[in-house]
Design a protein around this ligand. Structure first.
Ligand SMILES: Cc1cc2nc3c(=O)[nH]c(=O)nc-3n(C[C@H](O)[C@H](O)[C@H](O)COP(=O)(O)OP(=O)(O)OC[C@H]3O[C@@H](n4cnc5c(N)ncnc54)[C@H](O)[C@@H]3O)c2cc1C
Length: 475
């Protein structure tokens, strides 16, 4: 079993979030030297930015196996596997101790923001000899720009630092840039540091994912404490079952409960919901913001502050000189797209995948973690841990282990599919609920894979079926 790399050079890991640090742990376990470049002044700076948020997956899904082994060998006390940590607890109790292990700490460079990756002596066009040229990684550091050589690159830079704008067309809404200081992107600490900003205000939350749900529930608590706090929610779609999640059928109960609590909030009349609202522009008048939609919908006016929970996108600029292949609309790694495309289905469950799906034409470069999903939501840490285990095994030349991808993910109770976009989704019809009884139901492939003892939506595992023979959700 020979590894395929130039051993005199380290393997670069870009980003020291949970997946980057897990990659480093796997590299160390396989005898490689990692070089970990992290933009933040501490590891996991994205998780740290929403440290107040309680995660919906318990500890058992949040700790990588190789990382656990190294930590245990150093006397680490593993947290209770059933408990739901906050993002801050993931940082303090898991990622900081992991980063402090000598084999990682001595190869970790903080405040190193990667700005570009290329091959030594080769621009993107040059082919002959390319694969034996080391990677060159250019980073902005407090001491100025630095360059590092590496034998391979594992890019785990995530997407969180590049939030999507409010504009429904993917561009900043007109007026959005000028009103930047009135908009918080992501998940601000509504009940903590952000309290003054939202207390007694009319606050608009934009977005239909778990981050939006979490912010709305925090605002609801604030509204109970501070009269005059009003909650307004704008979403582009109009699918209540998708919005309110899988409820009891969700394999992660905390995620299911988030949706159920939100539904109760709306039913109680404490939440002003604007469905089918595609934001076009923001206007300020006498200190308050009017939000205008694209479809002739009535304006949302009198807004004091906006929370944009509109998702995030990967930074593709840093790989401009590499031969990368992305899905045209998800910007995910190309082969991963059919497994995760939210236009097709938004199961929290994906088919296990590893180095083959994550490979790019540029041999030795892999994007992993949230970045590998591009703009698709629903990435889970457990997915990333299996990704890096497989990628590092492949770098070590251990294809047996690299191809043996296994992923047991908790399922989401509602899987929205193309079929479900046209009608109201049938809760529990797919990915988590009982197997469908009709052949055309969404999703018979899911039922079949489950009968084989596998978890998750099996739609993508039917590539040989003629489109007309596939269940609607898999077409
Ligand atoms: C609010 C929220 C709640 C979530 N809850 C869960 C949950 O309960 N369970 C679950 O499994 N998943 C959850 N996720 C999804 C996912 O697991 C996390 O987003 C996870 O942090 C992704 O890990 P990552 O390492 O891929 O990326 P990140 O955690 O985003 O880490 C990327 C790292 O790269 C660094 N970086 C970025 N750009 C550069 C650069 N150019 N150069 C160098 N470094 C760079 C960043 O500073 C950061 O440290 C949640 C996500 C969010 C946003």
């Amino acid at each position: 079993m020979d590894n395929i790399l130039n051993n005199s050079l380290p393997v670069a890991v870009l980003g020291a979030g949970p997946i980057g640090l897990a990659a480093a742990a796997h590299l160390v376990a396989r005898g490689f030297t990692p070089l970990i470049l992290e933009a933040g002044a501490q590891v996991a700076s994205n998780l740290a930015s929403y440290r107040h948020v309680r995660l919906f997956s318990p500890w058992q899904y949040n700790v990588d196996k190789a990382a656990r082994q190294s930590l245990m060998a150093a006397g680490w006390q593993a947290p209770d596997p059933e408990v739901l940590p906050t993002a801050g607890e993931i940082v303090d109790r898991y990622l900081l101790p992991l980063a402090a292990l000598p084999a990682i700490a001595e190869n970790l460079r903080l405040s190193h923001r990667v700005v570009a990756i290329t091959r030594a002596g080769f621009d993107k066009v040059k082919t002959r000899g390319r694969e034996s040229a080391p990677f060159v990684i250019r980073a902005a550091t407090p001491e100025g720009e630095r360059e590092y050589l590496a034998s391979a690159v594992i890019d785990a830079t995530g997407t969180w630092s590049q939030p999507n704008p409010l504009g429904a067309n993917g561009l900043p809404a007109r007026g959005e840039v000028a009103l930047r200081d009135r908009i918080a992107y992501g998940m601000p600490d509504v009940l903590g540091a952000g309290r003054q900003r939202y207390a007694g205000r009319r606050v608009l939350v934009v977005g239909a994912g778990h981050s939006a749900a979490g912010s709305l529930l925090a605002l609801a608590t604030l509204a109970e404490q501070v009269p005059g706090t009003h909650l307004v929610w704008a979403i582009r779609g109009r699918q209540s079952a998708k919005l309110f999640g899988g409820g009891d059928a969700d394999g992660l109960p905390a995620r299911g409960q988030l949706g159920m609590r939100l539904k109760a909030l709306q039913q109680s009349g404490r939440l002003e919901l604007h469905q089918d609202f595609r934001i076009q522009s923001l206007l300020e008048d006498a200190g308050r913001i009017t939000v205008r939609g694209e479809t002739g919908a009535a304006d949302i006016d009198g807004i004091d502050a906006i929370i944009a929970a509109t998702g995030a996108r990967p930074n593709l600029d840093i790989t401009r000189e590499l031969r990368v292949r992305h899905d045209p609309w998800l910007e995910s790694t190309d082969l991963l797209a059919p497994l995760i495309d939210p236009n097709e289905h938004s199961c929290g469950t994906v088919r296990p995948h590893g180095h083959r799906e994550l490979a790019h034409p540029e041999q030795g470069y892999y994007a992993v973690g949230a970045k590998s999903y591009g703009r698709a939501p629903n990435f889970l840490m457990a997915t990333g841990y299996e990704q890096v285990r497989s990628v590092v095994a492949a770098l070590a030349g251990d294809l047996l282990a690299a191809d043996d991808v296994q992923l047991e993910l908790p399922e989401t109770g509602v899987c929205s599919t193309r079929q479900a976009y046209d009608r109201e989704p049938v809760a529990s019809a797919c990915c988590g609920g009982p197997a469908p009884s009709q052949e055309t139901a969404c999703c018979v492939a899911d039922a079949e894979t489950k009968e084989q003892g596998k978890g998750g939506c099996g739609c993508p595992s039917l590539p040989n079926l003629a489109p007309s023979a596939r269940p609607a959700c898999c077409a």
